[in-house]
Design a protein around this ligand. Structure first.
Ligand code: ZN
Length: 180
C-alpha cells in the first residue's frame, strides 16, 4: 500500500460503530459536502455518544477532543483524533482545543506503539473536500500504525481489507494502552 493509496483511501472513511451511514455513500462528489450540518455529523454524534466503549469505538475522551477507531481502517489500530466541537478549519480551534488535539495525537502514537508494536506511523489530515476529506466540516487527524510489508497481511479482496483482528479486540488493546 503506497502512501498515495492510503491518503486517497481516506476519502471513503466512515465510522460504522456509531451506526452511521457512510457520509459519502454513493461516492457522490456533487451537492453539499457531507457533514455540513452538526445534527447530521457523524463526529458530533460520536462526541455525544457517552464515555469510551467498544460500542462507540472511542478509545479516549477528553474535555475538548476524543480518539475513535476508524471502522474501515487502512491498518489495524487506525484511529482518528477529533475535536468535540463542530469545527472544519485548524484556525477555528481555540488554543485549548488545539493543544488537546495535539496532545491526543501524540498519545495515540504512544498507545498504539505499546498496544500493537507497529514499525512506523502515518499521521495527517485531509483539510477540505478538494484534499479528499470524507467529512470536510468536522476536522479530524488520522493516526495510522504501519508495519513493514503490511500490504502482505492486509489482503485486499473485492475492495475490502481483511485485517488481522476485530475492531472490538483492537479497541480493547488500544483503550487499555492509552497513557493515563
Ligand atoms: Zn461535527
Amino acid at each position: 500500500m503506497s502512501l498515495e493509496h492510503l491518503w486517497a483511501g481516506w476519502r471513503g472513511e466512515y465510522v460504522a460503530s456509531s451506526g452511521a451511514a457512510p457520509p459519502d455513500a454513493g461516492r457522490s462528489e456533487e451537492g453539499s459536502p457531507p457533514g455540513d450540518d452538526p445534527a447530521h455529523c457523524v463526529f458530533c454524534r460520536i462526541a455525544a455518544s457517552g464515555p469510551p466503549s467498544a460500542e462507540n469505538g472511542v478509545v479516549w475522551a477528553g474535555a475538548t477532543a476524543y480518539v475513535v477507531l476508524n471502522a474501515y481502517p487502512y491498518a489495524s489500530g487506525h484511529v482518528m483524533v477529533v475535536p468535540r466541537r463542530h469545527v472544519g478549519a485548524l484556525g477555528g480551534l481555540t488554543d485549548e482545543e488545539g493543544a488537546e488535539l495535539w496532545s491526543a495525537l501524540r498519545r495515540s502514537v504512544d498507545a498504539l506503539e505499546s498496544a500493537l508494536h507497529p514499525e512506523g506511523f502515518n499521521l495527517g489530515a485531509n483539510l477540505g473536500q478538494a484534499a479528499g476529506a470524507g467529512i470536510p466540516r468536522h476536522l479530524h487527524l488520522h493516526s495510522v500504525p504501519r508495519w513493514l510489508g503490511d500490504t502482505n497481511f492486509m489482503t485486499a479482496v473485492a475492495g475490502a481489507r481483511v485485517l488481522p483482528e476485530t475492531l472490538a479486540a483492537t479497541w480493547q488493546r488500544v483503550h487499555e494502552a492509552w497513557p493515563g
